[in-house]
Unconditional design. Structure first.
Lengths: 306, 259
């Protein structure tokens, strides 16, 4: 028997706008403390849910992961849609890439230096001192360089993005952008995530190079090895399978740091307290993601190498 | 035709009226169990200053955020320039919303930008690129209109509360909106600066012919700027009239706003 329109209800026969409104209302009723900020309304906002529906900490974690997934999907939807914010992308790349270089450079140098000084006695015990350049190079290029740089990057850039967007959120600057006809997601989130994704690989390359130079300096602290000999040994020991996976995974590290920093900042609430929480959560969550991605990358690389 | 249908047709015709720029029909908005708007019916006519009064938490800010699209209403109809917002696609809605200016309570200035960049930002977001000379002249004109020509290269953090409000107003007015929404424009300001801001609101109305909804707790600001006042209580409009009429209201609670 055919149902009348009234029987089917507005969810089945209403206009798309009407359906959206009904769904939004249901979601609103499920999340009693939903933020009033409209730019959050497209996302599942886990804030307030623990008060509305008793969820375990594990449940809250999965809610956050699902919310982050929706945020990430929105990024991929917006990134290909014009208008493109090239000017802001260049500005953010300068701030995120160039301004992070001194910190990353110093860290890379120290890592190379310390790794060499710490490894040398052990290798000397086994009479394998000649393998020092190769060991240091493979360690830095394949793992230590990308991982340490990504962690430093998460600490500096992730927290910076989280705090900046959270601060803009609580002072209504994001709302002001929306009112002036700007898509704040595209302007703030897409540009920062792209910059982080593109800048981290460059920073890792520079950090690796400086790390190897630090290693060369360490070798020369207790003897003399020519730069030509030292770097020849390094390049002889490296293969594409060392360089390529390490380089590719840095794009994922950068993306993770950018998207998590933006997610935490963009969804911040509770005033100034929320700014601190967003910055903190951005660093913690992004650092964890770096390790998780690293683990997955190592497994995938091993599969192909075997 | 039933009486209800006849009333609906009359209401619809009313919203198609050229003199009505904003019309709300039984607008409702809830945040979970908190029913902030409980069926608001309101009309803003072209060129008028409408002041919303009411205790904190009665839904005044949510109401104007619904108008500008920062908050979506749950029930009811919102008509902007005679068009039902629910029937418009995203692009048409964006075009209409560009005609609406919003002065935030906190001014919402971009702290990482200078005063000049704050004003250039909305101009740069326009579909048609604006030549550099024209942009410079628009920025200088907007700053002169609010008495901030000297502060062009300062950052918002170097400005006083009153100057920040005026800059926020300049940034909003630079796009020449037809509707202005003011969220507590004089909050946190001294009486002299509050008076200056109230006068600026009047100037905006007279110079640009804008229609405005002004939310305020400052009764002096309401007296100076209002053509009409609506008083809200618990998410509904409970009284409407001129300043003089409401001041003499028989209802003691309404009179208490004006004491």
């Amino acid at each position: 028997m055919q149902q009348s329109q009234e029987e089917r209800g507005p969810l089945e026969n209403g206009s798309p706008k009407e359906k959206q409104r009904i769904i939004r209302r249901i979601v609103s009723q499920l999340t009693p403390h939903q933020s009033q900020n409209s730019h959050l309304e497209g996302d599942i906002a886990p804030k307030g849910l623990p008060e509305a529906i008793p969820v375990s900490r594990m449940g809250a974690f999965f809610l956050k992961v699902s919310s982050l997934t929706i945020f990430t999907l929105r990024f991929f939807k917006e990134v290909f849609r014009p208008p493109y914010e090239f000017h802001e992308l260049a500005k953010q790349s300068f701030l995120i890439g160039y301004k992070s270089f001194p910190l990353v450079g110093i860290t890379g140098f120290i890592i190379g230096l310390v790794l060499t000084i710490q490894s040398r006695p052990t290798l000397a015990k086994f009479g394998a001192e000649a393998w020092l350049p190769a060991m240091v190079a493979v360690s830095i290029i394949r793992e230590i360089g990308p991982a340490i740089t990504a962690l430093i990057f998460a600490g500096k850039v992730g927290s910076g993005i989280g705090a900046e967007l959270a601060s803009m959120n609580v002072t209504e600057q994001i709302d002001a952008m929306q009112v002036s006809g700007t898509n704040p997601f595209k302007y703030l989130v897409v540009t920062r995530v792209l910059s982080a994704t593109l800048m981290l690989p460059i920073l890792v390359i520079l950090s690796d190079a400086i790390g190897l130079f630090g290693s060369y300096v360490a070798v020369n602290l207790n003897g003399h090895v020519s730069a030509y000999l030292y770097f020849s040994q390094i390049f002889q020991s490296l293969e594409y399978k060392d360089l390529l996976p390490a380089f590719v995974k840095t794009f994922f590290f950068g993306f993770a740091v950018g998207i998590i920093g933006c997610y935490e900042g963009y969804n911040a609430n509770k005033g100034t307290e929320g700014v601190g929480k967003a910055a903190n959560a951005a660093v913690v969550f992004a650092s964890l993601m770096v390790f998780i991605i690293d683990m997955i990358a190592v497994q995938i690389t091993s599969l192909f190498q075997n | 035709m039933s009486a209800i249908e006849a009333a609906a047709v009359t209401e619809h015709a009313h919203h198609q009226d050229d003199h009505v720029v904003v019309a709300m029909e039984h607008l409702e908005k809830s945040f979970g169990d908190n029913h902030v708007l409980r069926g608001i019916d309101l009309v803003l006519k072209k060129g008028e200053n409408l002041v919303l009064l009411g205790k904190s938490g009665t839904g005044k800010s949510v109401l104007i955020k619904c108008v500008v699209g920062l908050v979506d209403c749950d029930e009811g109809n919102l008509f902007l320039f005679g068009q039902n917002v629910a029937d418009l696609d995203e692009k048409k809605l964006m075009d209409i919303r560009k005609k609406i200016g919003f002065l935030f309570q906190s001014s919402a200035l971009y702290d990482s930008m200078t005063v000049r960049e704050n004003l250039e930002f909305p101009l740069n977001r326009q579909q048609q690129p604006i030549p550099k000379e024209e942009m410079e002249s628009l920025v200088r004109e907007a700053l002169q209109n609010v008495g901030l020509a000297e502060a062009i290269d300062k950052t918002p953090l170097e400005l006083s509360g009153g100057m920040r409000k005026r800059l926020g107003l300049a940034r909003t007015l630079i796009l020449k909106p037809e509707i202005m929404l003011y969220d507590e424009p004089t909050a946190g300001l001294d009486p002299i600066t509050s008076k200056e801001i109230s006068n600026l609101i009047l100037e905006v109305q007279q110079t640009y012919g804008t229609s405005s909804i002004i939310i305020t707790h400052d009764i002096d600001c309401a007296r100076r700027t209002a053509n009409r006042i609506i008083i809200m209580k618990d998410g509904v409009c409970v009284a409407e009239g001129s300043y003089a009429d409401l001041k003499k209201s028989a209802d003691e609670w309404i009179r208490s706003f004006f004491e």
